[in-house]
Design a protein around this ligand. Structure first.
Ligand SMILES: [Zn+2]
Length: 240
């Protein structure tokens, strides 16, 4: 998972704030809309040069967030009308022991009045993943609108291969995934790509395990128990 939300203060560093009023207006705007942090900031005079300005206009988007209550705790799905930007697992509860008899549900906890069809699609996919995982594979996937998933950089390539080729209930080693991405020596880079996955669960970085068979870290080691839960969930539901 990438550090998606840099501190607000870093953003203000780049702006010339001549008075308190302008500062408070900026805070209000930041609260209202979450802008993509990867975008170029205006220089000290507030200018963005030529093509950069065009690029920025195209990629600036207004995101909305839907909050779900899942067996893993709260999951937040954020995105714009072009597609999903992030799925975040907040880790606000310890997941209950996964047992094949226990019902699993994933319900919408909080949703803005209007959301995009892409966000809805993502929510439906997540709900199916938990409660009827055998159907999730046949559901349409939402579009993505996160820079880590665009272009042909290694991270993007690895994540798309993982999404396409490693199915429910399967696992793959970091090494094998590096091979599948056409670069057998890039085992470490595969690990890096997994850490930068902006849409966990949907792009199943939890299915990537170490060659020794141990599950390996999840969410930089903070979510190892979630990885276990997910792998058990898939094993049990895959049998059923
Ligand atoms: Zn967007």
């Amino acid at each position: 998972m990438s550090g998606l939300f840099p501190p607000v203060i870093g953003r203000l560093d780049h702006a010339v704030c001549r008075n308190r009023k302008r500062l408070s207006v900026m805070f209000a705007m930041l609260k209202e809309e979450k802008r993509e942090p990867h975008l170029q900031r205006p220089d000290a005079k507030g200018f963005i040069q030529g093509s950069e300005m065009k690029k920025q206009r195209e990629s600036q988007c207004t995101q909305k967030t839907i909050s779900l209550l899942s067996p893993l705790g709260t999951i937040q799905v954020s995105g714009c009308e072009n597609g999903v930007h992030t799925i975040q697992i907040l880790m606000d509860v310890a997941p209950a022991e996964r047992s094949s008899e226990a019902p699993v549900s994933c319900v919408v906890n909080d949703s803005p009045a209007e959301t995009s069809p892409e966000l809805q699609r993502c929510v439906e996919w997540l709900q199916a993943y938990f409660s009827e995982p055998q159907t999730a594979g046949s559901l349409p996937l939402p579009a993505f609108h996160h820079p880590a998933l665009q272009g042909d950089a290694f991270t993007s390539r690895v994540l798309h291969i993982l999404l396409k080729d490693v199915k429910f209930g399967e696992t793959v080693s970091y090494k094998r995934l590096a091979e599948m991405a056409g670069n057998p020596r890039a085992v470490r880079a595969v690990g890096g790509a997994m850490r930068r996955n902006p849409v966990p669960l949907l792009i199943p970085c939890h299915r990537v395990i170490s060659s020794s068979g141990q599950s390996g870290p999840y969410m930089s080691g903070k979510g190892d128990h979630l990885k276990q839960w997910l792998l058990t969930h898939e094993r049990q539901r895959g049998e059923g």
